[in-house]
Design a protein around this ligand. Sequence first.
Ligand code: ATP
Ligand code: MG
Length: 423
Amino acid sequence: MEVFEKQPLGSEVALRGWVYRVRTQKEHVFIILRDATGIIQVVVDSSSPFFSEAENVTIESSIHVKGIVKKDPRAPGGLELRATDFKTISLAEPFPITKGASREFLLDVRHLWIRSRRMNAVLKVRDEVFRSLHEFFRKKGFLEVQAPMFITAAVEGGASLFEVDYFDRKGVYLTQSSQFYLEALIFSLEKVYTVAPSFRAEKSRTRRHLTEFWHAEAEMAWYTFKELLELEEELISYIVDQVLENKRKELELLKRNVTLLENVKPPFYRISYDEALEILSKKGFQLKWGEDFGADEERALTLEFDKPVFVYGYPEKAKAFYHKNDPKRPEVTLSADLLAPEGYGEIIGGGERIENIHELLEKIKKFGLEQSQYEWYIDLRRYGSVPHSGFGLGLDRLTMWICGLDHIVDAIPFPRTIRRIYP
Ligand code: ATP
Ligand code: MG
C-alpha cells in the first residue's frame, strides 16, 4: 500500500486489491485490503449505500474502493481509509486456506498460497537477489549468455540426469549445469555469466535439493583460483547488502535476524578440506579422507561460523573431473565450495578448470568416462587454451538462507522436487 502511504491525510484516494480480512463490528465493516505492496484498513460506515455489499464480501474477493485517508493508531500501519465508494469486482468462493493449514496442503494449493504475506515477502527478496546479481555482473563487465537446456554429456555425473524423449534419439538429457558452454564462450567473450534452470534427478530428499533449480553460473578467462574466491565473496556480499538496503521490511516480516546478514562482508573465512574434516571429527562425524560432505556435515560445520566460509582443496575424487589438481599437492583440487553460515551449507561450488589437454584426457580416463562424449569440450584445450575459473551458485539456496527459511521449497514460487510436480 505504498501509494496510499504517500497520500496526505484528508485526501481522497482510489485503491484496488483483494480482501485479506473482513469483520463487521456494530456500525462498521472493517476490511483489510491487500495489494502487491502491502495491506491497509478500509472502514465502511453503516450509513453508506454500499454497506451491505461490503458486509457480504468474502476473503480474497477483488474490490475497488475510494476513500478519505485518516489517521488511526489501531489500524495496521497507523492509517485507514474511510470508504466513499465501494465496488466488488469478483466475489470469491470460500477460500480453502485457513489458519493452521499443514505444510503439505499449502504446497497442494501453492497457486493460492503465493498470495500470502509471507510468500509475498520471500518473492520480493528473491527478486532482489536476481536483480542485484545481474547488476553486479554488469558492473564487473561480464556478458550475459544463454546455454541450451537439452544436452548430451553429463557435467555433474550421470546418476542425476533426466533423460528426455528427443524424437528417436537416445542419450539426450536436461542440463545439470551450463558450465561447459560457458567455458566455450570465454574464448569469445572472456567473462560470461548465465542465469538459468538446472535439472537434477536428486534422490536425496533434503531440505536443500530441488529437481529444478535456478543456477547462476560464471566463467572467467585468465582468473586464478585466488581471484575466483574474491569474486565470489564480493558477489555474495553485494547481493546481501542490496537485500538489506532495499528489502528490510520483507526481512522484518520474515523475522529474519538481520545482524547476522549485516556481518556478510569480505573477507569470508577460508578453511581447507583437511581442517573441515578435523572440525567434523571433533563433532563426531567419522568421514574418511576423500569423501565429500553431505547436508548433515555441512550443517554441523557451518553452525560454527558467523559468516560464509570457503572450504577449499577438496580431494580429487570428491570433485568432478574438470577440476584442476593443485600443482603443489596433486591429490587435491583447486576447488572451493562456499558454505552459508547458520547451518545452511553449500551455496556455491567452483574452482579453477583444467587448461592442459593431456591433464584433461588423463583425468577423463581416470574417472572412467568416455572421451568421445566430451570431444567438443576437449577441443577447447586444442585451440588457444587459457587458465580459467568459474562457479555455480544456487539462487534458491541463496534466497533460502537470506530469508532464513527452513526448507528450499519456500524459496521458489512453484517448487519441483522428487515428489512434487503440481501445481
Ligand atoms: P550438493 O552437494 O548440495 O548436492 P552439488 O555439489 O551437487 O551440491 P554443484 O554441482 O556444485 O552442487 O552446483 C552448484 C550450486 O548449485 C550448489 O552450490 C547449490 O547452490 C546449487 N544446487 C546444486 N544442486 C541443487 C539442487 N538439487 N537444488 C537446489 N540447488 C542446487
Ligand atoms: Mg548435488
